[in-house]
Every structure is written in C-alpha cells, then in structure tokens.
Design a protein around this ligand. Sequence first.
Ligand code: ZN
Length: 135
Amino acid sequence: MELLSERREVVVSHHFLIFTWRDPERVGAGFAFPCTATGVVLVDELDELGRGNLARCQSGALPVVAQGVRGQSEHHVEVAVGRCIECWRPIRLEGPVNTCPCGREYDLLGRQLAAQVGWGDLVGAGGAAPPTPAT
Ligand SMILES: [Zn+2]
C-alpha cells in the first residue's frame, strides 16, 4: 500500500480576548472574542452581534473588566490514508482492520492482511485471532 498521508497528532491553539462582568452576581460570565496570541481580535470571525459586543466592551459601554488573552489547545489525531493496491481507492487507516470496498484489508500501518475466510470460528470461540500481515 502506498501511504498518501501519515497518521499524526495535531495541536490547534486558539486565543480569546476575555471580558468579564463587573457584577458580582455574574462571576465568571462575560465575553470571549477570538484573537491572535497578542490579542488582536479576529473581527472577520465575528457576526454582527459579536462586533457590537466587542465595541461595547472596548468602549466601556458595558460594565465589564478586560481580562486579557487566554489560550486554549485542542489535540486530535489525523489518521493515515493509504491507496489500495487492488483498486487504487484511498483508505482511511483508522483501526486494526480497515476494509477496502474491493475486499482487501489493511492494518493500521497499511500492511495488507490475510483474508479472514476461515477464522470466523475463532472469533466466536472467545477471542479474535490477531490479523497477520500478508507476505
Ligand atoms: Zn481496494
């Protein structure tokens, strides 16, 4: 199998410019505007209401306190994608067994697996036989 893309962990960082209400009844509540790490608000990502709220927070029209920039990171895994050696379709390598519509199976690393014909009985007997790479 030809790998079209490798499995990789992706970390995406987001930053927000935070304003919280002065009102002690609203502790922790307020506004979070998407921004750069240095606090430049990404105005294009705001709708009309968001832009209005940003303007009111920055001008002092709302009783809020500027809290500065806060960061947040998301982690996720992008699965590898390989090309089937039989039909050339791209296959996402998401689990221990990845089946192409043409019937070929590949493991997480893109190695072709032996056909499962004949080991269905083993699955019912209390445990699946581990798939083995074809040679
Ligand atoms: Zn295929």
